[in-house]
Design a binder for this molecule. Sequence first.
Ligand SMILES: Nc1nc2c(c(=O)[nH]1)N[C@H]1C(S)=C(S)[C@@H](COP(=O)(O)O)O[C@H]1N2
Ligand SMILES: [Mo]
Length: 318
Amino acid sequence: MSEQEKTPISDFYAKDPIKADQQLFGRKSHADRRGFLRGAGLAALGAALGSGMVFHRNFPAGLLPQALADASVVTGKDGLVILNDRPMNAETPAHLLDDAITPISRHFIRNNGIPPQDMAADGWEMRVDGFVDRPLTLSITDLRRDFEVVSRQLVIECGGNGRAFFDPGASGNQWTVGAVACAEWTGVRLADVLKTAGVQREAIYTAHEGADTHLSGDPAKRPLSRGVPIKKAMDPNNLIAFGMNGGDIHPMNGAPLRLVVPGWPGSCSQKWLTRITLRDQVHDGAKMTGTSYRIPRYPVAPGTDVPVEDFEIIEPCR
Ligand SMILES: Nc1nc2c(c(=O)[nH]1)N[C@H]1C(S)=C(S)[C@@H](COP(=O)(O)O)O[C@H]1N2
Ligand SMILES: [Mo]
C-alpha cells in the first residue's frame, strides 16, 4: 500500500471495524480473529511494538488495539495520543508535560503533509534567496562553521491547541491541551544568516519551504509554506536548528534542519527546512491564505459566519 492510499487507522476502524480487522489481521471473521489472537499473532505484534498486549485473548473483534492507536508506533515517541495518522498528528497528554525541558519522546507532532524520505544531515542544503544581496546555499556544516552556534529553550505551540473545546466544534485535528512543548534547540540565529545574505530594502516578509510532500502526491503542491514579517524574522531568538535536547532532531520534528520561531504560532517554525525566500509582499504560500491559520480581525460570537476578507493572519500567541 502506498503512502497515498493509506487512510488514518482510526477512520478506517470507525467506518467498518470488522472489515478493518480483516484487512489489518488478514482473517475473514470475528471468530478467526479470536483464533489469530489466541495464537502468537497479536503477542508478536505487541512485542514488535515494544510492549506486550496483556489480555489480548479477550479483545473483541473490531476493537483497535491501543498500541496501534498510540504514537509509540513512531520510533522514539512515547505516550503521545495519535489524533490522525495521515498526516501524522499526535499530542502529549497533559500529565506527561511536567518537565522543564520536554523530552524528545514527548514533543508533540504536527504534520500537514508527508515527511521527506531522506532526512540525512550529510548533503542537506538550504537556500536563502529573494530580496537579498547575496543568495546563499548552506549545508549544515556551513551553518556550524560560519555562524555562532547557540542553544535555547524555546516553546512551540500549535495555533490549533485547545480546538477540541470549541463549541460549536471546528474541523481539523482535535487538539486538547497537548500541542505544545519546550525543547532545547541548538542552531544558528536566523537573523545572523539573513544579515549575511544582506536583507534588501524591499524585503517585508519571509517565505519558508520544507522537504515534506503534499498528501495528494502532487509534486506541484506544497503541504505548508508560511512566513513572518521581516521585523519578526530579525528577532535574535529565532533559530535555524539542527539539534534538539543535545542530540539530533527527531525525524517527526523536522530532522535534520528546521526553523524555531518562538512566540508565534508553531506553523511559522518550518520543519525539514530547504529554503527561505525574502519577499516584497506578504507571503501567499500554502496555508497562508483564505481562513488557514487566520482569525477574524474583530471579536465574534462562537459559530458566527465571518467573510473571508475579514480574516487576518494569526501572529504572536496572545
Ligand atoms: N515542513 C513543515 N513544517 C511544519 C509543519 C508542516 O506540516 N510541514 N507544521 C507546522 C505546524 S502547524 C506546527 S504547530 C509545528 C509543529 O512542530 P512539531 O511537529 O515539531 O511539534 O511545525 C510546523 N512546521
Ligand atoms: Mo500548528
